[in-house]
Ligand binder design. Structure first.
Ligand SMILES: [Zn+2]
Length: 100
């Protein structure tokens, strides 16, 4: 990777962190379910389970995704979940949908 590219990606990383911090702040900096406050395990969760689809629209570009989330934060579509609770929510939802 050349220097220009590296500088560019470092700048993106910083912006990404700022956006993420802003979103986390607005969502209360804690897991909605178990109140875990460890920022390393907290994830932005789409309440109606559309997070993966939305992420796909942005082609895995977290910077655009964060901007999108920030713009729609006041619609109550998002919450913070820790990795555990997020995983658990996914398992429960999958079970529900895979049963006939
Ligand atoms: Zn949790």
């Amino acid at each position: 990777m050349d220097i220009t590219r590296r500088k560019h990606s470092e700048k993106n990383k910083r912006i990404r962190k700022e956006l993420k911090d802003k979103i986390f702040d607005k969502l209360g900096n804690a897991c909605t379910i178990c109140k875990n406050i460890d920022p390393d395990v907290l994830q932005i969760d789409h309440i109606r389970g559309k997070g993966y689809e939305e992420m796909k629209i942005f082609g895995g570009n977290s910077l655009s995704y964060y901007r999108h989330v920030l713009k729609h934060l006041n619609e109550n579509k998002y919450q913070l979940l820790c990795a555990n609770c997020n995983w658990k929510k996914r398992v429960i939802n999958n079970e529900k949908y895979s049963k006939y």
